[in-house]
Design a protein around this ligand. Sequence first.
Ligand code: NAD
Length: 479
Amino acid sequence: MAKMLIGGELVGAQSGKTIAVRNPANGDVVGDVPRAAAADVDAAVAAAAGALPAWAALPGTKRAQLMHDAARKMREVVDEVAKLLALEQGKPLAHAKLEAGRVAENLEYFAGLADKLRGDYIPLDDPAKFGITIRRPVGVVVAITPWNFPLTLMANKLCPALAAGCTVVLKPASTTPLATQRAVEAIASAGFPAGVINVVHGAGADVGDLLVGHPRVSKVAFTGQTETGKRIMALAAKNVTRVTLELGGSDPLIVADDADIRRASAAAAIGRFFNAGQACLAVKRIFVFEKVAEEFMAKLSDRAQKEWKVGDQFAADTKMGPLHTEHQRAEVEAQVGDAVKRGARVLAGGKRPEGREYEKGWFYPATVLADVPEESRMATEEVFGPAVPLFVVKDLDEAIAKANATVYGLGSSIFTKDMAKARRAAEQLDAGYTWVNDIQVAYDQLPFGGVKQSGYGKEHGIEALEGYLEKKSVVLASG
Ligand code: NAD
């Protein structure tokens, strides 16, 4: 059985209870983890609080050194961690390897910032005094992560928190705890003092709530559904706990009449079908100009049918594994069914693949729909699976207006050769990111975070550190 990491020790739950972890391709149990309860949560938070003063006081260069060592330790276990990730999450092994490797990159990026934190000198009206600002870590951080990219979303929180001098309690999704646990064990083995990094396992509704409402926790960094984010924000209000919320999205992709259709269709396919569509930053609604609509639809459906082979996550030619859970597939099927009932045309996919190899898992093919009514669920809700609706628009005004007609505002993209159109899209799309003529890939160097109901606060970039630091003002007068 995998364990939890609390105060530098690998431990089981005090109750002795466990949670089974299953392979979404066939339902087999592939491992189990302790099911934490209040006593375990208290122990983890106490360990993090106990380790905080010494960790916060450690010079940035020392924190940076440990994080560089941790990146090396992480690289040594990439294959092992990737295998666990593919097994419990369902993504193709090659993609799991990329994700595991990204943890090491993220550690290195923030290690590079850990010794560069500094404040300001600020002249005051009174010439006998001056002000300075100093940076202090916010304190104990709770990081709660979802199952779609368990490792990168964990690293997005752990790395800036460690660099800032915070201590951390991680809680992975209860269906994908194994890869995170193993990765954190490798990271911790670099020599972090006991209690600086802790992991507890359990369901969000009990362990998550206990962590968020804990009085010794200063900040919650959360990635997950918008509804869960609202609940966390409300719970955090009890102790005025700070929050970063990376929530759901329904990213628009605009394909203008002058776009390179080959590149736009490739970006749309990767943006929608990578990770079987279970991504926050993902192409979830496509607005294509009338003039190029037929050509774009044909190219995208062709790619969906030929390039996105569905299969077992360990088969070399698989591009899309199973969806993560039965519920996840049922949701996508219901959203597609709703669109079809309202008159949408299925251009690709739309029904479960057949064959013995698909019988026990939650497989669903790359699916493209045209003539999707604007009041359908696919147009108004987040679609967290490999299905995309296409909407034909007459111009950029209509595309931007429709793209913005959602409660979400995470990513967005446009394909056009016209700089004026690109600039208008960048300025007017309500989103935390706009890609112009490129696939939706998040960069360590660029701040990322949603607007509207897609969230609050930033991950990635130097800006991510701000969420883990307080700026304190100090006035210095001559004695
Ligand atoms: P989820 O909200 O169901 O769960 C996410 C995490 O929160 C899990 O660890 C879960 O155990 C925990 N949790 C659940 N209820 C809780 C509670 N009451 N208190 C505390 N913790 C609780 O999300 P999911 O289904 O695992 O993930 C998919 C969602 O995440 C999608 O909406 C997707 O768009 C979003 N997402 C957003 C980003 C981003 O960066 N904005 C990235 C990835 C995923």
